[in-house]
Design a protein around this ligand. Structure first.
Ligand code: ARG
Length: 471
């Protein structure tokens, strides 16, 4: 590959560089390799061409170039696009980046008109535009991916609206909850992730073109026209800001880091639940791998990798913040380093969302194990305290009574609901026969019957609202 690049490099003379007139010697080979971005920014090609077509149409409408030039530019760019899509386009390292490669290929095809395309424009506003056009599509795809995952969550939650499991705090059994309710917590997190992505998209959907290198341009351009052609909501209103800030890339990566963090927490739970110690769920074989040495193993590789890849997206966020923090206005070449973290963030979240939605559909739930774990954990202790409070006892006293009752049950190795009425009355005479209905797991969850509560009835209502919201 390197050999290949070398060959391409030496077969071109220094005159192929866009700035060659100013220089007395060609750029050193190593420097070319160091400064080139074409290997990774070629994925912006489609958006670069889209931006160029709009720019050329505006130049013609403003009489900055002729209609004839526009016609050949449009035809030439369409051909370049075809070559790229067909895989026959020759990307040259000498031409540094996607912009210069496309411009040179266009000029090779159509001659002087190709050289006029760059009038009133710089690669600085061009690249800022390309990334935004690309990122718009990514945001839309990510939102669609989240909605697909939310649908999987809602379907699973619906099947388990009344499946009892232990709810944990400090990873200690706390109170019984329904599995459907637990899943809906992730639906809520993802709902906020959608709004973060949509909000960031709204903020960056402003046109940088027209800023040129940094100060604007002396040609009579029509920026509104270009914004309209490219579907931007408005214009970047300061040329220096337009070419230099990458806050939108940071925002997107921050939103992605949060999304991954949510999925990482979910993954951690799936891994725990799937372990033989919990045995709450099984993950379908197609999402697991075995061990080359231990025949009994079925490893939850997919959730583990989601948890692991979260680290990489968090890393990209730190890269981008660090990239930006010391830069003086306006454009600096540092900004070329925005692409790989940004591209990798997008690739990571999109594939993770896809695989996650599918993985959830392949989960089977061991209801009995979930229920048993809640039963063994004195999960209804709070219900007993609440029962006493409702009969007039101050909460702190009730707490103490229940603590003693739990201690007694621990000594007898049984659940609170397995103690006799006489046993329970040792701790408080206020307790009567009706206590047993609140000590059951089903009674406990059913009693939390308000918006946001774990009662099966509320879970079903929440699912209904959610399905309406995402349909
Ligand atoms: N490849 C560059 C980037 O990604 C394009 C802008 C280069 N501009 C310049 N003046 N060198 O940022």
């Amino acid at each position: 590959m390197q050999e290949n690049n070398k060959q391409k490099t030496s077969s071109l003379n220094a005159k192929t560089e866009a700035w060659s007139g100013r220089f007395n010697e060609p750029v050193a080979e190593l420097v070319k390799r160091y400064t080139a971005s074409v290997d990774f920014d070629q994925r912006l090609a489609e958006f670069d061409i889209q931006g160029s077509v709009a720019h050329a149409q505006m130049l013609a409408a403003q009489d900055i170039i002729s209609q004839e030039d526009l016609t050949v530019i449009e035809k030439g760019l369409a051909e370049v696009k075809q070559d790229i899509q067909a895989g026959t386009f020759e990307w040259l390292l000498d031409l540094e980046d996607v912009h210069l490669n496309i411009e040179k290929a266009l000029t090779d095809k159509i001659g002087d008109a190709g050289k006029r395309l760059h009038t009133g424009r710089s690669r600085n506003d061009q690249v800022a535009t390309d990334i935004r056009l690309w990122l718009r599509v990514v945001c839309d795809d990510a939102i669609a991916g989240i909605v697909k995952l939310q649908t999987s969550i809602l379907d699973l939650a619906e099947q388990h609206a009344d499946t009892i499991m232990p709810g944990f705090t400090h990873l200690q059994v706390a109170q019984p909850v329904t599995f459907g309710h637990h899943l809906l917590a992730y639906y809520e997190m993802l709902k906020r992730d959608v709004t973060r992505l949509a909000d960031c998209r709204k903020r960056f959907n402003q046109l940088p073109l027209g800023a040129a290198a940094l100060a604007g341009t002396s040609y009579p351009i029509d920026r509104e026209m270009v914004a309209k052609l490219l579907g931007f909501d408005g214009l970047c209103e300061n040329s220096l800001d337009a070419v230099s800030d990458r806050d939108f890339a940071i925002e997107f990566t921050a939103a992605s880091a949060l999304l991954m963090t949510h999925l990482s927490r979910f993954s951690e739970e799936l891994i725990l639940w799937a372990s033989p110690r919990f045995s709450f769920i099984e993950i379908a074989d197609r999402f697991c791998t075995g061990s080359s040495i231990m025949p009994q193993k079925k490893n939850p590789d997919v959730p583990e990798l989601v948890r692991g890849k979260t680290g990489r997206v968090n890393g990209h966020l730190v890269s981008l913040l660090t990239l930006m923090k010391g830069q003086p206005l306006a454009y600096n070449k540092d900004n070329q380093e925005d692409k790989e973290p940004l591209f990798d963030t997008a690739d990571t979240i999109l594939v993770t969302l896809e695989i996650y939605a599918d993985m959830l559909r392949g989960i089977t739930v061991n209801k009995d194990n979930m229920r048993q774990a809640a039963f063994e954990g004195y999960a209804t202790a709070t219900d007993l305290a609440d029962y006493l409070v409702k009969k007039g006892m101050p909460f702190r006293d009730a707490h103490e009574v229940v603590a003693l009752a739990v201690k007694h049950a621990v000594q007898k190795s049984c659940d609170l609901s397995e103690l006799t009425l006489e046993n329970l009355q040792q701790f408080s005479k206020t307790i009567t026969e009706d206590v047993f209905s609140v000590l059951t797991l089903e009674g406990s969850v059913a009693s939390r019957n308000h918006i946001g509560g774990t009662a099966p009835q509320q879970v079903l209502l929440a699912i209904k609202r959610a399905k309406q919201a995402i349909s």
